[in-house]
Design a protein. Sequence first.
Length: 183
Amino acid sequence: MVRIETERLLIIALSRAQLSMALRAPQDLEEALQVHVSPGVFSDESRQAMTIKLSRMGHVDPKMHPWYTYFLIVRSNDRQAVGVCGFKGAPSAMGTVEIGYAMHPDYRNMGYMTETVRALIAWAFTHDICKSVVAETLRHNIPSQRVLQKAGMKLERAGENMLFWKVEKQVEGSVLKDGIAAS
């Protein structure tokens, strides 16, 4: 599976077996990855999404699993898991993929999610099949909106309760906002 290293983080795409461990026996995941997973890293909403992700992973080629799984966000210095981030499936026929994330409350406002979202956008754009990354936030979720803005996403449209964000892959050799290199 995919492992991405940033300045402060190790971002690990969980295999189907590891995703299952996260749901059923987080202590086994801790042992397998040599990380510490505090209670609450996998929120109720994340756990629901994990069940859906596991099902979808069972129906696609294992080479496509990184598009369907969660990436565990781990601080490099102490191997503490701080949250999860992932795509909601492979890019569409138009080359669009949606990203989602959840951060343990104790680790918010430290820049970890912005660092992660930037890294996953950059990773997505290394694939020819991915032309844009989108996300949605609730209108009142200002911290999540700031993550997406800092990661280079622009507000594309607004619904009654939701805001819709997008960043497009730039032509080869250009650089996206905030230094995300496009391939």
